[in-house]
Write a protein that binds this ligand. Structure first.
Ligand code: ZN
Ligand code: ZN
Length: 340
């Protein structure tokens, strides 16, 4: 069954290459890019599968058990656009085009100096014959580094200026996962690629890892009254768990300097580093007193990108640094830009 599906997938990939991509590439004298185009089609088709699975599984949940019902879903439509650009490869393609020359030079430098980053399988040979176990270990390593990427994006003022776009949404749905500033995507892509290079993620695992991570991330943003119970939430990030990360307000007496529940897949990192809050209700989501105007919650794609850049520039201005040292702070302990 799986073999038949894989065969059909590869056949479709080949058909799209032959019929749609190859003729214009050859006509433009870009035949050397054919192999890259073949990989690009694989990424696109996996994106179609991932986004269809997320929609078919999670959208009914949102319809059946919504936490919030909105008459006007304009703000949600912007997140759908973010998701299509992200999952179907437009944003990853941009990130790849910008990062590929950098990684090509790092790669040739490493080869020139005879440095081959070790693969997990080289360090623990038994993993060679246990692909599922090695997949899970790679997932744990990547998730650990994603926890720190996410936590640092709240910690550094300039990074928070960009990540605040993700938090500005007040109508959080399964699509909100992809709502990120393009520069934040670029940094995230760089981070993920460096980690994958250092731990030697095998190419065969790469797309599978990406699909698993992205589908769970869609689930954690879903607008559905859904938790995994106290025990389940010790094991996997649930919609309720991640909702507290997006909470507009934390209960009185529950203050975290830069936020709580940073984990992407496994809450164990929040437990280990004391950033966990296991609230039992479903709080309202959004951002108050953030580095971008609250109107960004409802503005369009380009406006949000612009607001993110303005906030980034403000983060580097000496005056705003002074505010950082002396000025009021928001719930996350970050400088309150609206006080300026
Ligand atoms: Zn965050
Ligand atoms: Zn989120």
């Amino acid at each position: 069954m799986i073999d038949t599906l894989v065969e059909a997938f590869v056949a479709l990939q080949g058909w799209l290459l032959d019929r749609l991509i190859q003729p214009p590439l050859l006509a433009m004298g870009l035949g050397s890019y054919l192999e890259m185009a073949f990989d690009g089609i694989e990424f696109f088709l996996c994106g179609v599968l991932q986004i269809s699975a997320a929609y078919l599984l999670l959208r009914p949940l949102e319809a059946l058990r919504p936490i919030e019902v909105w008459r006007d879903r304009q703000a949600v439509r912007v997140d759908v656009l973010y998701s299509l650009l992200d999952r179907l490869g437009i944003i990853p393609l941009l990130v790849f085009a910008l990062l590929a020359p950098l990684f090509a030079s790092v790669d040739s430098w490493l080869r020139f100096n005879d440095i081959i980053p070790p693969q997990l399988e080289d360090l623990f040979p038994p993993l060679e014959t246990r692909p599922l176990l090695s997949f899970v270990i790679y997932l744990l390593i990547l998730d650990f580094t994603e926890y720190w990427r996410h936590r640092l994006s709240h910690r550094f003022r300039w990074w928070w200026a960009l990540h605040a776009i993700h938090h500005s949404q007040r109508q959080m749905t399964l699509w909100t996962d992809s709502r990120n500033h393009l520069l934040d995507d670029l940094i995230g892509g760089f981070w993920f690629a460096v980690v994958a290079l250092l731990v030697g993620v095998p190419p065969g695992h790469f797309i599978g890892l990406l699909i698993v991570v992205k589908t769970i991330e869609n689930l954690s943003h879903v607008n559905a009254r859904l938790s995994f119970g106290r025990l389940g939430e010790l094991l996997l990030v649930s919609p309720r768990y991640h909702r507290w990360h997006h909470a507009l307000d934390l209960p009185v007496g529950r203050q975290y300097r830069y936020g709580c529940n940073f984990a992407v897949l496994f809450p164990v990192w929040d437990q280990l580093f004391a950033t966990q809050y296991s609230g039992q209700s479903m709080p309202a989501c959004g951002l108050r007193h953030g580095p971008i105007p609250e109107s960004a919650a409802r503005s369009g794609f380009w406006r949000q990108q612009y607001e993110g850049l303005c906030a980034l520039a403000a983060a580097f201005r000496p005056h705003s640094r002074q505010v950082q040292q002396t000025g009021p702070t928001n719930d996350y302990g970050q400088p309150d830009s609206h006080a300026r």
